[in-house]
Design a binder for this molecule. Structure first.
Ligand code: TRP
Ligand code: SF4
Length: 404
């Protein structure tokens, strides 16, 4: 049985297979995954169905990118011994849950998700007035809830999707979490906590329900976790009771905002494929060298002897990512006094990137040469993911009256 407690330690995240990964993905997402995999129960998946919601006209791009993506993850240090790595479309439970949740999802909730209008406007060349595109944040919700993940590492732009997922989980629990004599069981369980805790528990519930105090909800969660006298099923019941629903079948996930620095692009804007300012994880040494060489610098430094200002130079942004404090200091002084030239200044960056990419590229090559190994990793991960998702679906089907 899944529980409040184990749900909290589970992390789920996905990426769309729409092209090669670059340093922005590495610093913004992948490094974070690699760190988390030893602390959390991590599930990482290739979101191929998500890619189809916007790229349905070019399925061959997706097919090709799936394996490249998995290899990039493995090369960057995602360890299949520590994390479960799989492909979304191998787990039909995502689609099953998406369908079932669609029954209870008000249209307005989907239409109000900010990315719905944003993306439609941004990707004007594509016809995105499709059913699949509207429902894509719900599909993301199904991805998360199928594993009852407690944490979802996402960027700023995806927080609204996690919020939607929370609302849907709450609605689901409210609609289907009522078991016969729910209130009676709750009463008995509260008694077992002892008078003092019971009073605290009631107070926290009131604070959350009447004032929407989210901290009270968290404190209640902690309080329940610490109760030795009550069963896990009772903990879930009581947590559902605090939230105002019935028994909690689908736990509400939390977004885990990555504090990692936004990787600057070659032009100083955020690194992104659509700005054409990226360095790919598979760029060769020559490509990296050439891209850094042609990066713009402080325009005041026309001649080698002109002093510059690092704050006006995108190269400096990269020193903030790659250089130690003493080198940063040296660059600051050298640039402002014209003691160093831009070519020198850039050479540190070229070297740092080469050092970062070369072990990644070596590992990538090993995986490129052993497609069977990569397939096995995905087969195993998908099998494990499917077992987990099936457990949730059995409960969801049962709760929705579909267990004949
Ligand atoms: N929507 C995410 C993106 O476009 C990818 C994604 C799909 C995802 N399902 C997810 C991320 C579940 C986190 C959790 O980047
Ligand atoms: Fe930019 Fe470095 Fe040149 Fe200064 S010395 S302008 S920081 S590249």
């Amino acid at each position: 049985m899944n529980s409040l407690v184990s749900a909290n330690n589970r992390v789920l995240s996905g990426m769309r297979p729409t092209g090669r990964l670059h340093l922005g993905h590495y610093h913004g997402v992948l490094k974070n995954w690699v760190e988390m995999q030893h602390e959390y129960d991590c599930f990482f998946f290739v979101a191929d169905w998500h890619a189809l919601t916007t790229h349905y006209e070019v399925p061959d791009v997706i097919g090709k990118s799936v394996w490249e993506l998995v290899i990039d993850w493995l090369a960057a240090g995602v360890n299949p011994g520590a994390a479960t790595v799989f492909i979304q479309s191998r787990i039909p439970e995502h689609a099953e849950l998406h369908l079932l949740l669609s029954m209870i999802t008000p249209l307005g909730w989907l239409e109000r998700v900010p990315s719905f209008k944003d993306q439609q406007e941004k990707l004007r060349g594509k016809d995105l007035s499709t059913y699949g595109f509207l429902g894509y944040p719900l599909l993301q919700g199904a991805d998360i809830l199928a594993y009852r993940a407690g944490w979802v590492p996402v960027g700023e732009d995806q927080v609204a999707h996690v919020e939607l997922t929370r609302e849907i989980a709450r609605r689901f629990n409210f609609l289907y979490g009522r078991e016969p004599d729910f209130e009676g069981r709750v009463k008995v369980a509260i008694k077992k906590m002892g008078k003092k805790n019971a009073r605290l528990f009631h107070d926290l519930r009131t604070k959350y329900q009447e004032q929407g105090d989210k901290e009270a909800l968290e404190v209640a969660r902690e309080l329940l976790k610490g109760q030795q006298n009550i069963t896990i099923a009772d903990q879930e019941r009581l947590f559902g009771y605090v939230e105002g629903g019935g028994k909690m079948i689908l736990p509400e996930p939390q977004p885990l905002l990555t504090s990692a620095s936004k990787m600057p692009g070659l032009d100083g804007l955020k690194m992104s494929k659509s700005y054409n300012n990226t360095i790919s994880l598979r760029d060769t040494e020559d490509e990296v060298e050439q891209k850094i060489r042609t990066m713009p610098t402080d325009p005041a430094r026309v001649k080698r002897t002109d002093p510059g200002d690092p704050t006006k130079c995108p190269v400096w942004q990269w020193h903030l990512v790659y250089s130690a404090d003493d080198l940063q200091k040296q660059i600051q002084e050298g640039c402002r006094s014209a003691a160093i030239g831009c070519i020198d200044c850039k050479s540190h960056i070229t070297r740092a990137i080469r050092e970062e990419l070369s072990p990644i590229q070596e590992r990538a090559q090993l995986y490129e040469e052993s497609p069977d190994l990569v397939r096995n990793i995905i087969n195993e991960g998908s099998e494990k993911a499917r077992d987990e998702a099936r457990k949730t679906m059995d409960e969801v089907n049962h709760a929705m009256g579909l267990s004949y």
